[in-house]
Design a protein around this ligand. Structure first.
Ligand SMILES: *Cc1c(COP(=O)(O)O)cnc(C)c1O
Length: 393
């Protein structure tokens, strides 16, 4: 028997890298040693103190709840550590009703949508942007209005470009700084403007701060909650994944507007059973030790970032040097006439290097490609040699 997919699954956008992925697989099958710089998943291991805390707490026989449902036996140390972290880092004081512990941001993005959107509702998602915002809307049979980000505006949205009927109808607006894929950071007044927009139109501003810790050259990324009164109209998705090399652990939080936090908690209470207590203890340890754990991880990305920028510069394909994220967002070389797909295909075909074409993040991402810095130095160096040889041909 073959069971038909639900309509909402049929409505998911096509996976825009499917074609490229097929071509990579075909090359590999033909024996070509393809180097991929495509995926943003930290290669450095999770810091030892975090692993140590995980082991200590999972084996702690004095804790009779250590094996039980995390939702029924939550670890109070984690929201406490989140409060300490937001206070120390951003000067933001959170209350219990403003914090939901999550199994990472991707899951929580969809869960918050389920908690807030009815069929036919509207959400606003940046383009280019992380695909899950739109996917969250689709799961709720809600619609997406795509808010263009452009190089000419520093990859920031222009709220004035949103038609009045869209801002009147929309319930959510997604933002993400430091930004994936463009690596842009938010200037000081940007979140103030976003909060004003949300307040004026009764829209929940959802700020995804997945790359808040991946910052270089002294840059410190702000929280949207630093804007006075932001919790009236905003939530922030904080994740330990990228900053602490903990993508597989699935832990983060959503903080800010109490009604949004409550909606998310209700979805979670009814759809998942929380997180192993040892993961919660370990996450608290990570947040409390951020000042010592994160700099060594970032030193590695910074070294690779500089390697990539220098090599592309020498190849005659210069890039802007990012102050944050784990990517380099590079303009497609002139001879490809702005087609990121044509460039990515040629690079794969003639240099056996895979990068992510910007078009995959939406039409306004075309003209750019993304290199991920989450690969060992030797692999990146080899890929850069190949790219340089192609550039010289
Ligand atoms: C990687 C990424 C996420 C996912 O983070 P998890 O907490 O691991 O689910 C969310 N948003 C953006 C923009 C990302 O790049």
């Amino acid at each position: 028997m073959e069971f038909p997919l639900a309509n909402r699954i049929e409505k998911l956008p096509p996976y825009l890298f499917a074609d490229l992925r097929r071509k990579i697989a075909a090359k590999k099958a033909a024996g070509v040693k393809v180097i991929s710089l495509g995926i943003g998943d930290p290669d450095s291991p999770t810091p030892q103190p975090v692993i140590g805390e995980m082991i200590r707490t999972v084996t702690n026989s004095a804790d009779p709840d250590r094996h039980r449902y995390g939702c029924d036996c939550p670890v109070a140390e984690l929201p406490d550590a989140i409060k300490r972290f937001y206070s120390r880092r951003y000067g933001v004081d959170l209350e219990n009703g403003q914090i939901a512990v999550t199994s990472g941001s991707k899951d929580a993005i969809v869960q918050l949508c389920l908690g807030l959107l009815n069929p036919g509702d509207l959400g606003i998602a940046p383009q280019p942007g992380y695909p899950t915002y739109n996917i969250g809307h689709v799961f709720c049979s809600a619609n997406t209005w795509h808010l263009p980000l452009r190089k000419t505006n520093g990859w920031l949205p222009d709220f004035g470009e949103i038609p009045l009927e869209v801002s009147q109808q929309a319930k959510l607006l997604w933002l993400n700084y430091p930004n994936n894929p463009t690596t842009a950071v938010a200037p000081p007044d940007f979140f103030r403007e976003a909060v004003e927009f949300g307040r004026r139109h009764n829209i929940l501003i959802c700020h995804d701060s997945a790359y808040s810790e991946n910052a270089y050259d002294g840059y410190k990324s702000p929280s949207i909650l630093e804007v006075p009164g932001a919790a009236d109209t905003a939530v922030e998705f904080y994740s330990l994944s990228k900053g602490f090399s903990m993508t597989g652990w699935r832990v983060g939080c959503v903080v800010g507007n109490p009604s949004a936090v409550k909606a998310l908690r209700l979805v979670k209470e009814n759809a998942d059973n929380g997180m192993l207590r040892a993961i919660q203890f370990a996450a608290a340890k990570a947040l409390d030790s951020i000042e010592t754990l994160v700099p060594p991880i970032n030193a590695v990305y910074k070294r690779r970032r500089d390697m990539v920028a220098e090599a592309l510069d020498k190849a005659g394909w210069p890039v802007d040097i990012p102050r944050a994220t784990i990517y380099v967002w590079a303009p497609v070389p002139e001879k490809y006439h702005g087609s990121s797909a044509a460039f990515a295909e040629d690079l794969l075909e003639r240099a056996a290097v895979a990068v992510t074409p910007g078009r995959g993040y939406g039409v306004t991402g075309d003209g750019y490609y993304r290199i991920s810095l989450t690969y060992p130095d030797a692999i990146i160096r080899e890929a850069l040699d190949r790219i340089r040889q192609l550039a010289e041909k």
